[in-house]
Write a protein that binds this ligand. Structure first.
Ligand code: COA
Length: 179
């Protein structure tokens, strides 16, 4: 099963059925803060709701189409990060992420995303990695900006969040720009 040690404190692991309880509890305790930017939070009402989703994540990984991984910070589940499918024809992928509220402010996500970028360019030999963030989502935008992504533009009404559309910024990083 997939595991990646990114640095001493941060590692990634594929979530399995036995993790449904822990992932539910983590999202549940940060529900109000996560739902501001993530459209799926209200749909996840109990532990059972994660079972078909975990099955889908495992299938995504086994079909070599990216993955969604749990982030462990000093061994504790802190959030998730992953590739939303891989466009092998055009050698590109986009990264998505979230952290539970209490794990913010430690550089965990910046570290995890750097790990995915290394993997995208070195192991998968992709040419382009994208990250899409809400225009108003300052903490999320700080991640690609801190890492050196460039802004490609604004996508108007890109996402529907419960009762409104919001604009996103598309960031990208190319293999030749990554040291
Ligand atoms: C977006 C999100 C993951 C950002 O979390 P975060 O903790 O700010 O990001 P990081 O883990 O990379 O940490 C960066 C912070 O840690 C600090 N930090 C400490 N050590 C650091 C290190 N070694 N490297 C980088 N930053 C470090 C940074 O200064 C920054 O703090 P600041 O915001 O006060 O300047 C989080 O806010 C979140 O999950 N939000 C809700 C869901 C969401 O919006 N998802 C994205 C949808 S597009």
């Amino acid at each position: 099963m997939f595991r990646m040690q990114v640095n001493e404190e941060v590692s990634l692991k594929l979530l399995e059925m036995e993790d449904a309880k822990e992932i539910f509890a983590l999202v549940d305790e940060s529900r109000e803060y996560l739902r501001e930017w993530l459209p799926w939070v209200d749909h996840m009402k109990n532990e059972k709701d994660y079972e078909p989703v975990i099955e889908m994540w495992l299938k995504q990984f086994s079909s070599h189409d990216g993955y969604q991984a749990g982030i462990l910070y000093n061994g504790k589940l802190a959030g998730m990060v992953g590739f939303h499918g891989i466009d092998w024809s055009n050698k590109k992928a986009s990264i998505g992420y979230w952290l539970a509220k209490n794990f913010q402010g430690n550089g965990i996500m910046t570290t995890a995303v750097k790990g995915l970028i290394d993997q995208a360019f070195q192991e998968y030999e992709l040419n382009r990695v994208e990250i899409q963030c809400g225009v108003e989502n300052k903490k999320s935008r700080a991640i690609p900006e801190r890492i050196g992504f460039k802004q490609d533009g604004i996508i108007r009404d890109a996402e529907y969040l419960y009762d409104h559309f919001h604009d996103t910024i598309l960031y990208s990083l190319l293999a030749r720009e990554w040291k």
